[in-house]
Design a protein around this ligand. Structure first.
Ligand SMILES: *[C@@H]1O[C@H](CO)[C@@H](O)[C@H](O)[C@H]1NC(C)=O
Ligand SMILES: *[C@@H]1O[C@H](CO)[C@@H](O)[C@H](O)[C@H]1NC(C)=O
Ligand SMILES: *[C@@H]1O[C@H](CO)[C@@H](O)[C@H](O)[C@H]1NC(C)=O
Ligand SMILES: *[C@@H]1O[C@H](CO)[C@@H](O)[C@H](O)[C@H]1NC(C)=O
Ligand SMILES: *[C@@H]1O[C@H](CO)[C@@H](O)[C@H](O)[C@H]1NC(C)=O
Ligand SMILES: *[C@@H]1O[C@H](CO)[C@@H](O)[C@H](O)[C@H]1NC(C)=O
Ligand SMILES: *[C@@H]1O[C@H](CO)[C@@H](O)[C@H](O)[C@H]1NC(C)=O
Ligand SMILES: *[C@@H]1O[C@H](CO)[C@@H](O)[C@H](O)[C@H]1NC(C)=O
Ligand SMILES: *[C@@H]1O[C@H](CO)[C@@H](O)[C@H](O)[C@H]1NC(C)=O
Length: 451
């Protein structure tokens, strides 16, 4: 699968056919991992920090080692199967969703006696005496690349009937992670070197009694989500605006699903938005032909002699979601010569080091890192300036459009390649060179006044 993607991306056919190939690729190779973040994983580290009379106390930490995929609200849910007859006496920073049958225990009641406990994070605002460091964020974890200070989540668990030496303790089996929906597969627990902890003053090192970790990886194929995002395209050289494909994320259907979307002009807008389901995480979208919560628009804006310029706009059509740390992943062959980006952060993603065609883009803190719910404020935008590489650059055959786009790690559906706006052909070459001249003039204008 790996080699299948590599060989495909190395073929340099800078045409629209690449896009066709890529879209067929996603059907033929069922990606068991994310091709744009091949090392991305969530690691669950389990450190036994002390022994108790009938078991141990452990600190469990989840690290989101993914470039761009967050664990978004309503957050993670972690499950496992105990190897023996363990019980959870108590937890800090998270809780089991069900206690299960603890009737065997007469005097003290365990927190959870289920063979396969299901754990969720506590909510922000939890009393201090139930918190530990890195807990209580409602299960939300940001990605490693975008928020290096906030990519972990921890809880403490006191386990009974577990064995009290590193020979008798057995790691749980069958870890499952919903983050929030399906899509992650977790491997077995691997016993490794005990973690070392450095005290706050840096003068003493302690170590865990025993440490194991579990690695979970994401696959878009396993997640099998219906699309949540689509792409529309336009250019200065053709007045056609290619919209998102109709019914990308659903169809407007008054007969079977009345109220599946809301009209922004509806007098009932406020009452529908605040109506039942307000706190559910089901999107309530504005009525559009595509019905997607998110649309990304790519406009090829200007052509200078040495450079060309693109405007990217992300629009939120969901009345029930603010995206507080949104990100985009964009693949386009000209990213190796990105010269300037205005008002977005940029990080090159180079999954296969020889090619540098994929970028992660996200908002500037306190300026546009918050994508508001649908409405007049529900969009963010930026412009990208690329340096032309004479050997590959062309406006023909849709080359100027992106090969793929992800919003918050979810694939955005592109219009079919044969619909892309195209360059007026040979017959109108004269008028195009006039247009080019015009563009060159405005380029001077932009260099002087804008860039
Ligand atoms: C998980 O990601 C981390 C950080 O990139 C990496 O060090 C580790 O090797 C990865 N684990 C696996 C099993 O790939
Ligand atoms: C258990 O502890 C002993 C000594 O403390 C150590 O030599 C051994 O490697 C440990 N075994 C495991 C599985 O951690
Ligand atoms: C782990 O899960 C698999 C599939 O769900 C099941 O067949 C297996 O019995 C489980 N193992 C344990 C130890 O529960
Ligand atoms: C997980 O365990 C493996 C094997 O012991 C180790 O190589 C790796 O560094 C560990 N990862 C983390 C994040 O602790
Ligand atoms: C749904 O109903 C609205 C108003 O009642 C109407 O304008 C719209 O055309 C209808 N859409 C479909 C797909 O029937
Ligand atoms: C989104 O944020 C705005 C402004 O902070 C707030 O008024 C609104 O209630 C939020 N919407 C949701 C769905 O959380
Ligand atoms: C990829 O391209 C960007 C933009 O030109 C550049 O800043 C970055 O250093 C390149 N990265 C690699 C690994 O070549
Ligand atoms: C574009 O980037 C590539 C790789 O970084 C470099 O080899 C090439 O010279 C650049 N082209 C221009 C026109 O700057
Ligand atoms: C613009 O592109 C569309 C395809 O999206 C094409 O049908 C149309 O002829 C093009 N316009 C011109 C002036 O070439």
């Amino acid at each position: 699968m790996d080699s299948c993607f590599r060989s495909l991306t190395r073929i340099s056919i800078p045409t629209i056919f690449l896009a066709i190939l890529l879209s067929s690729f996603s059907f033929t190779c069922t990606e068991a991992y994310d091709a744009l973040d091949p090392n991305g994983n969530i690691t669950i580290k389990w450190d036994i920090i002390s022994w108790t009379p009938d078991g141990y106390v452990a600190v469990v930490t989840m690290y989101n080692f993914q470039q761009y995929r967050h664990i978004s609200p309503p957050g993670w849910t972690l499950g496992w199967t105990w190897a023996k007859k363990e019980v959870i006496w108590s937890m800090m920073g998270s809780q089991a969703t069900e206690q299960g049958d603890c009737s065997k225990y007469k005097s003290a009641q365990p927190h959870c006696c289920k063979k396969t406990p299901t754990i969720v994070d506590l909510l922000p605002g939890t009393p201090y005496n139930q918190q530990i460091a890195n807990c209580c964020k409602g299960g939300v974890i940001n990605s490693w690349a975008q928020d290096p200070n906030n990519y972990a989540s921890s809880f403490q668990v006191s386990v009974g009937a577990a064995g009290t030496t590193n020979k008798t303790v057995k790691p749980p089996k069958n870890f499952t992670l919903l983050a929030p929906g399906p899509g992650y597969t977790c491997g077995p627990a691997i016993v490794g070197k005990p973690t070392k902890f450095i005290t706050a003053d840096g003068r003493r090192v302690t170590q865990a009694m025993m440490t194991w970790n579990v690695t979970c990886t994401y696959s878009q194929f396993l997640a099998q989500k219906t699309p949540t995002c689509c792409v529309s395209l336009s250019s200065f050289y053709n007045e056609t605006i290619v919209p998102c494909p109709t019914c990308t994320c659903g169809c407007q259907n008054n007969a079977t699903h009345p109220g599946s979307c809301v009209n922004p002009n509806s007098p009932y807008l406020a009452s529908v938005v605040n109506g039942p389901g307000k706190n559910s995480f089901t999107p309530l979208v504005q009525c559009t032909k595509h019905m997607c919560p998110i649309r990304v628009h790519w406009h090829v804006k200007l052509n200078y002699k040495e450079y060309w310029r693109v405007k990217v706009t992300i629009t939120n059509f969901n009345y029930r979601m603010n995206y507080s740390q949104w990100n985009l992943v964009v693949q386009h062959p000209n990213f190796d010569n990105l010269t300037q980006i205005f008002s977005f952060n940029y990080k090159p993603l180079t999954p296969y080091s020889s090619i540098n065609d994929t970028a992660m883009l996200w908002g500037v803190k306190f300026y546009n890192d918050f994508l508001n719910q649908a409405g007049p404020l529900g969009n963010v935008q930026s412009e990208l300036l690329f340096r032309k590489d004479k050997s590959t650059f062309t406006f023909e055959k849709g080359w100027a459009f992106p090969r793929r786009i992800y919003f918050n790690g979810d694939n955005c559906v592109m219009p079919p390649p044969d619909a892309y706006p195209y360059l007026p052909n040979a017959g109108s070459r004269l008028s195009f060179s006039l247009l080019a001249l015009l563009m060159a003039c405005s380029a001077v204008f932009f260099v002087l006044f804008d860039v």
